[in-house]
Write a protein of this length. Structure first.
Length: 383
């Protein structure tokens, strides 16, 4: 009995440790995923959880430009219309954004402040997809009437004016005059710091970029235009309804798969950090080490890819925490089955004994009755 109690205690302790390990790894995984908040834009857009966020990243020679973004949105709208998903009055079904790297540019303030900053050029609802912390001012959109605003990070603001509270002040980018629309916090997580580096960062629209890139040109008719270099898109992302499982992402992926299969890479941001998704990807981690397409990802996507790598290993090994509880449950099922078998045998044996005893009593009763009849008969004959 003492030996059995020790074995039972050990099994219980091991199961508790397995459950604790599962809980710890789950908490760590959730924390890692939450740090990459840009992948949660669909929930910020649609709290019902029925929308999906998807991104597509392009190679340098993909040829995808700003003018083609409208075609993507129109195609996705047609796909939704085919399954009877249409927008109500005043409702926008799809939110999208597009961006590319503008390279490093020189930033100056009205005083002596000066710094070089890495510029991201964007269009659409770019800041809807970002999880930046706004310190002062406001964001700008590619649809704003005036396109001479810039969103800068804390490092850039301090280099120019020695403060983060500088919204509305002037900033000169490569000599062109802009105003500071808003100031955001520098990358704060370890992963984002690693991928973004220490360089100051700023964000301007495509139209704003044309003012500072030297990309303005005049045709023979004297009409101002722009070269295609300022139209390039390296990242296109959107949020769209997905009333049927995987419908939204599949429509998005199919569109780019037809024309940009060899020059693009699509991501389902909404599902990328799910434990089931990451555990399945564990055997394909080499895909993250060796890229088959020359795509330069923005820092926020590189941070998410690092998180994917970590979570794939974490959730793969989390599966091991199921082994001991699973074996324990299996052992309990076997033990229960054997116990039921023993009880069934005992019950069957008891039933057989009962039947035998009943038959025996019946037989004895019959013999007694027969003997009584014979005795009675003898008495009658003697009389």
């Amino acid at each position: 009995m003492k030996h059995k109690k020790i074995v039972t205690a050990v099994i219980a302790a091991v199961n508790v440790l397995s459950a604790a390990a599962w809980g710890i790894m789950t908490a760590i995984g959730s924390s890692v995923a939450e740090e990459q908040g840009y992948n949660s834009a669909a929930l910020r857009w649609d709290t019902s959880g029925e929308s999906v966020q998807a991104s597509c990243f392009f190679t340098e020679d993909a040829g995808f430009t700003v003018s083609q973004t409208a075609g993507v949105k129109a195609n996705l709208m047609d796909s939704l219309k085919k399954i009877s998903v249409t927008a109500e009055k005043g409702q926008e079904l799809i939110a999208d954004a597009y961006s590319t790297s503008g390279g490093q540019m020189t930033f100056r303030g009205d005083g002596m402040g000066k710094t070089d900053a890495e510029v991201t050029v964007f269009g659409g609802d770019f800041f809807l997809f970002r999880d930046f912390k706004l310190l002062s001012g406001s964001y700008i959109s590619g649809d704003d009437l005036m396109q001479d605003g810039a969103v800068i990070d804390r490092s850039t603001a301090w280099a120019l004016y020695g403060s983060a509270d500088v919204a509305g002040m002037n900033v000169y980018i490569n000599g062109a005059k802009f105003y500071i629309s808003g100031v955001i916090e520098d990358p704060v997580t370890k992963t984002e710091k690693r991928t973004a580096g220490d360089v100051p960062r700023a964000y301007i629209t495509y139209d704003g970029y044309k003012l500072v890139s030297g990309d303005t040109m005049y045709g023979e008719d004297g009409v101002m235009g722009h070269n295609q270099t300022s139209e390039k898109v390296s990242c296109y992302e959107c949020i769209l309804p997905s009333p049927v499982e995987n419908f939204g992402y599949n429509a998005f992926k199919d569109y780019f798969g037809e024309s940009y299969k060899k020059t693009s890479y699509t991501v389902n941001n909404t599902l990328r950090f799910q434990p089931k998704t990451r555990a399945k990807k564990y055997k394909k981690l080499s895909d993250y080490a060796v890229q088959d397409k020359p795509i330069v990802y923005p820092f926020w996507e590189n941070a998410s890819r690092i998180a994917e790598f970590r979570l794939s290993k974490l959730y793969h090994f989390r599966r091991l925490a199921y082994v001991i509880p699973a074996l324990t449950i299996l052992a309990l099922i076997v033990l229960l089955w054997r116990t039921i078998g023993i009880l069934r045998k005992k019950a069957a044996g008891g039933l057989i004994e009962s039947v035998k005893w009943a038959l025996y009593k019946r037989k004895q009763k019959k013999l007694i009755n027969t003997e009584k009849e014979q005795n009675n008969k003898k008495k009658e004959e003697s009389v």
